[in-house]
Ligand binder design. Structure first.
Ligand code: DC
Length: 224
């Protein structure tokens, strides 16, 4: 007998803790975690490397046919490959965050990524996080969540994460706050598949929750 295949879709703004929650939920359920932001980051990285303005739809569109983004799982951990190169370690800088946000507003980029994401979910139970998962990528997902937190809490978390990774690049807390606000505005203001809470997604505000409490909050709805 086939095991039941199901999806947990998680959307939310930058730094809300959604990837930590999605990863933790996947671990507890013994299913795969897919970070869709990494795919947009890989394309953002390519534009940075080529010196192409990340918001130039024509120029970005022109490199798309020769751009391959794939995901692989090594010991259960997602790796993202750009034209065959494992770029997982190179996509977490602020420069690439901003480039990813810009390329992700371009419809051709989104259509290509969404198709790949939908294929991944066809045969595997997974948690998938991003901005448009509940409404566009997996509209029939069994479980849908919108994970958010206050702008201050989100910036503090991202500040800590970047400091620990050594990729803060001398940015102050306030500069990061401004950049994150700009990114959220762009991600939710774009025409194509913007960041928006789906009407049927459960809102989880992690402002005053630690990681375990945030995972518990989601698990309460899934059971198990
Ligand atoms: O989740 P993240 O911060 O790694 O995502 C980087 C950027 O990619 C984000 O600013 C918006 C974009 N993105 C998107 O548009 N749709 C997704 N499903 C995931 C990310």
């Amino acid at each position: 007998m086939n095991e039941r295949i199901f999806s947990v879709a998680i959307d939310g703004p930058a730094g809300a803790g959604k990837s930590t929650v999605a990863k933790g939920v996947a671990k507890r359920l013994g299913i795969v975690y897919v970070d869709t932001g990494a795919m947009y980051r890989a394309i953002g990285l390519k534009t940075v490397r080529l010196g192409i303005p990340s918001d130039d739809a024509e120029k970005v569109g022109a490199i798309l046919p020769d751009t391959e983004v794939t995901l692989g799982f090594i010991d259960g951990v997602q790796h993202v490959f750009l034209d065959g190169e494992d770029v997982s370690g190179l996509i977490r800088t602020q420069e690439v965050s901003n480039a990813a946000s810009k390329v992700s507003a371009i419809p051709e980029v989104r259509f290509k990524m969404v198709e790949l994401q939908q294929k991944l979910a066809e045969n595997t139970s997974l948690t998938m996080d991003g901005r448009d998962i509940c409404q566009y990528v997996l509209p029939n997902a069994e479980y849908k969540f919108f994970v958010t937190a206050s702008p201050d809490a989100r910036t503090s978390r991202r500040y800590k994460e970047l400091s620990e990774k050594g990729t803060l690049g001398g940015m102050t807390f306030n500069e990061l706050l401004v950049e994150m606000n700009e990114r959220d505005k762009r991600d939710s203001g774009r025409d194509c598949m913007p960041l928006k809470k789906a009407p049927d997604a459960i809102l989880i505000d992690t402002t005053y929750m630690n990681i375990e409490e945030s995972i518990d909050a989601v698990m309460r709805y899934i059971g198990g």
